[in-house]
Design a binder for this molecule. Structure first.
Ligand SMILES: [Fe+2]
Length: 433
């Protein structure tokens, strides 16, 4: 039987296409000029052992003054893609240029980077040609998370790398010009899986959670080499940004797993973190999720050391995004994707009132992560959500643009792509200006 991650719209596509002047229903907002780029696994051997392990393919749409100018999809030409390079070279050393670069596409200091958490990033052009691995002029000595955070105040890029060998976790900061300025190990007791973290204006928050590197499954090569542990303490680690070489303060929390944070911000004597929480992850094996995730809030009391943990919503969702111009600040609105059981929706949370609006897609039409595209210069103001939506009836995908402030309304624009875009991971709207 074919594995679920290789069937339906999870299955890879086999060709790289370039198409111009895409047909559209509705009207593309004229202020949106730039690129929508989204990454995801697309094994070029047409098979992979786990959904997370396929070669990265980026699907991109160019918008310009109300027109959908082009669609392209390209594999990221990593050394693994071109030469079959593995993560450990013939001398037993880690080779961070090897990897699949399949998880995210971000832009910082003028570079567009395709990322996966086990390797170096790969730089791309917006036309999706691969420039090559990016190691910050040789300064980066660990892998790089696929979820770096750009501070909207300083322009710095904050990120980390984690490994199954010590140091298990390393924090990095690059300046607004892209220069790697700081790298330091973060002491954790075991090789845990760190997919994401959080940034505030004053702090970095690490998620040291009970999903541990599992050597037997690494040797067996059957998928993701990680497994849940009932014995490992779940903790959030807080590092002050004004003392980046200082001690990390750890806060115990109830056991859970977090793939994605929505955002975090500072309040007087407190840090507030929003993230999608799983009660556990990969207890039996790493081929399926234990249960859906829901939105939770953790309030860390810096005076007492206590943590308040609250479920914000009971609707299962994932792939949280905000207006990234408010990263680390008190973003009132957050967005997430619902995709399961043949029904899909996009959600918009009002974190200040507890309210929620939704765009429910017609049954069968399944959205992916939605990026926020600002409509103007006001952070947290008007804007659009854009995402690829798969239509199983036509076996094709659309790029759908919704008004984030009127989410339940019909899409502003539905751009019809020449083929389906397989379900994937993360991407960004990269405006020209
Ligand atoms: Fe992710």
């Amino acid at each position: 039987m074919t594995a679920p991650h290789l069937t339906g719209n999870y299955a890879p596509v086999s060709e790289e296409l370039t198409e111009y002047e895409l047909p559209c229903t509705g009207s593309i907002p004229g202020e949106l000029t730039g690129w929508y780029l989204r990454n995801g696994p697309n094994p070029h051997a047409a098979a992979s052992k786990h959904w997370f392990l396929g070669d990265g393919m980026v699907h991109g749409v160019r918008l310009e003054g109300g027109r959908a100018v082009s669609y392209r999809n390209r594999w990221v030409r990593t050394s693994t893609f071109t030469d079959g390079a593995r993560g450990i070279d013939a001398q037993g050393r880690r080779d961070f240029t090897a990897g699949v670069a399949n998880t995210h596409v971000v832009r910082h200091a003028g570079r567009t980077l395709a990322l996966v958490e086990s390797s170096f990033p790969y730089e791309l052009t917006c036309d999706l040609d691969t420039v090559g691995p990016h190691d910050f002029d040789g300064k980066l000595t660990t892998a790089m998370t696929a979820h770096p955070k750009t501070c909207p105040v300083t322009g710095e890029l904050h990120f980390f790398g984690y490994d199954f060998r010590e140091p298990y976790l390393t924090y990095h900061r690059a300046g607004a010009d892209g220069t790697l300025e700081l790298s330091r190990p973060i002491d954790v007791p075991a090789a845990t899986m760190h997919h994401d973290f959080a940034l505030t204006a004053k702090h970095v928050v690490f998620l040291d959670l009970p999903v541990l590197f599992d050597l037997p499954s690494a040797i067996a090569g059957t998928g993701m080499p990680f497994k849940w542990s009932d014995d490992y303490r779940a903790r959030l680690g807080v590092l002050r940004r004004d003392d980046p070489h200082g001690a990390v303060r750890w806060f115990d929390i109830e056991p859970c797993y977090i793939f994605h944070t929505l955002n975090a911000h500072d309040e007087p004597d407190r840090i507030v973190l929003y993230a999608f929480r799983y009660r556990s992850m990969w207890r039996a094996d790493s081929q399926s999720f234990d249960e859906p995730a829901t939105l939770w809030r953790w309030t860390l009391d810096l005076a007492t050391g206590g943590v308040r943990e609250e479920q914000i919503d009971d609707r299962a969702a994932e792939f949280p995004r905000i207006d990234d111009r408010l990263a680390g600040l008190d973003s009132r609105f957050g967005h997430a994707t619902v995709a399961g059981d043949g029904h899909g929706a996009l959600l918009r949370y009002d974190l200040h009132t507890g309210g929620r609006t939704a765009h429910e897609f017609a049954d069968g039409r399944i959205p992916a992560e939605a990026a926020f595209a600002p409509a103007d210069e006001t952070p947290g103001g008007d804007g659009y959500l854009m995402t690829y939506v798969y239509d199983p009836g036509a076996d094709r995908s659309d790029l759908v643009i919704l008004d984030a402030t009127d989410l339940a309304a019909a899409p502003v624009a539905t751009i019809h792509l020449p083929r389906r875009v397989p379900y994937g991971f993360h991407g960004n709207w990269l405006p020209d200006h």
